[in-house]
Design a protein around this ligand. Structure first.
Ligand code: FES
Ligand SMILES: [Fe+2]
Length: 426
């Protein structure tokens, strides 16, 4: 349990808030590279600010405040030029630094007034990495966009999956350091959803450790021991708002105080027979969280998580909770976030920023199954290994993968996946 004031401090992310200042020190994935190739402008809301993301005809990305500084038209309805984004109301043109490059009528009627030199639209940095577009809204100099180890892996098929989640970012992120929920929310609930009885193996022991880029949690269940990789390596609560699970990373990107963008980057290594494999473009898709009747979708792991997060309320009331020993990790990340608030307020850096380009060539993280991932597998090994086979069936993390992405994936893997997990060589 924490006080109302502390809960406010941890959860409010808008401009001028202490936690908003912390979160503005990190890069956040906000869209897929492919999205902007399909449509050059996108209305975005991030950390309580309405913005427009665009890609101009020269390939420059920009992220500007949404409303035009002339008379507040919506710049996401504007059009891109060789350089910059033009407002569709009266034609004012802006580059990615927010500089006003043209004001067609003012430039004609009163060129000597140099009015446009007095105008600057607030602008933030954008970079592309791993098929995603990342935004940085903090002070200069910006740190580097992290090159997390999986981004450097070859011979794989990646996809970016989004969902709009109507609740605060922190309750989503607390799920990244919550090992026991796997037993109940995923394993046992799945048993019940299938109409079966019985329970999955229970947790016996947990461990939580801090490292440079977040926290690691470890678990021993009644069917595992201290030699299990989920104890020796563990899973990573990646700082400040992500979850690293080996071959996929989930971010909980704060849209505003009561909305979060769930972003998953998921990687699958292709069988050895398909190597060398180079992915030309990383596909993306947005999945629904409710069905056409307004009922929660509960069939996939992340959809189950979404049900829990939104169920905790728009901003969960932490004055009414009762933490136990399973929540030690949650208490620790809250404490660490509060330390980051103090650090930033004192003019220091928060945890885990990366500024060294050599280090950022490849930032290694604790990784379960490293050897298997690094050495790869043949088609026969893949088919014979039930755990590999499971993750190599249709996208199992979130509901709603479009057929077109499933086909691209099958093409990359050299398999056709049928309902019921039956796999056939193409
Ligand atoms: S409102 Fe944008 S140019 Fe007039
Ligand atoms: Fe979960």
């Amino acid at each position: 349990m924490i006080s109302k004031e502390t809960n406010e401090l941890l959860t409010r992310v808008g401009p001028g808030t202490p936690m908003g200042a912390v979160l503005r020190r990190y890069w956040h994935p906000i869209a897929a590279v492919q999205e902007l190739n399909e449509k050059a402008t996108k209305a975005v809301r991030l950390l309580g600010e309405d913005l427009v993301l665009y890609k101009d005809l020269s390939g420059n990305y920009g992220l500007l405040h949404r409303h035009c500084p002339h008379r507040r038209a919506d710049l996401s309805q504007g059009f891109v030029e060789e350089r910059g984004l033009r407002c569709n109301y009266h034609g004012w043109l802006f580059d990615e630094t927010g500089k006003c490059l043209a004001q067609p009528f003012e430039d004609t009627a009163n060129p000597a007034g140099r009015y446009r030199e007095k105008i600057c639209q607030p602008a933030y940095k954008v970079e592309a990495k791993a098929g995603m577009l990342w935004a940085y809204m903090g002070p200069a100099p910006a740190p580097l966009v992290p090159s997390w180890e999986p981004f450097t892996w070859a011979n794989g098929f990646a996809q970016v999956v989004f969902a709009n989640i109507p609740c605060n970012w922190l309750q989503c992120q607390e799920n990244s350091i919550d090992p026991v929920h796997f037993e109940w929310m995923h394993a046992n609930w799945k048993i019940r959803l299938e109409g079966k009885s019985g329970y999955s193996p229970t947790h016996k022991r947990l461990g939580f450790d801090e490292f440079d880029y977040g926290f690691v949690y470890r678990r021993i269940r009644e069917d595992t021991d201290e030699n299990d990789p989920l104890w020796t390596e563990g899973r990573v609560c990646l700082w400040p708002n992500a979850f690293f699970l080996g071959s996929h990373i989930e971010w909980r990107v704060p849209v505003d105080d009561e909305n979060t963008l769930s972003v998953t980057w998921a990687f699958r290594r292709v069988p050895k027979e398909r190597e060398p494999y180079v992915q030309e473009r990383v596909p993306y898709w947005y999945g629904p969280i409710k069905d056409s009747k307004g009922e929660w979708i509960t069939s996939h792991v992340m959809n189950q998580d979404f049900v829990a997060w939104v169920g905790q309320g728009p901003i969960t009331d932490r004055t009414k909770e009762n933490l136990g020993r399973s929540d030690i990790g949650i208490a620790r990340i809250r404490k660490r976030l509060l330390a980051d608030v103090d650090a930033v307020a004192a003019g220091n850096e928060p945890k885990g920023l990366i500024r060294d380009p050599a280090l950022n060539e490849c930032v290694r993280l604790p990784l379960v199954g490293r050897n298997e991932l690094m050495s790869g597998y043949t088609m026969n090994e893949l088919l014979a290994n039930t755990s590999l086979n499971r993750v190599h069936t249709r996208y199992h993390l979130q509901y709603g993968q479009p057929e077109s992405v499933a086909r691209e994936y099958e093409e990359a893997m050299g398999f056709t996946f049928h309902r019921g997990g039956f796999v056939e060589r193409r």
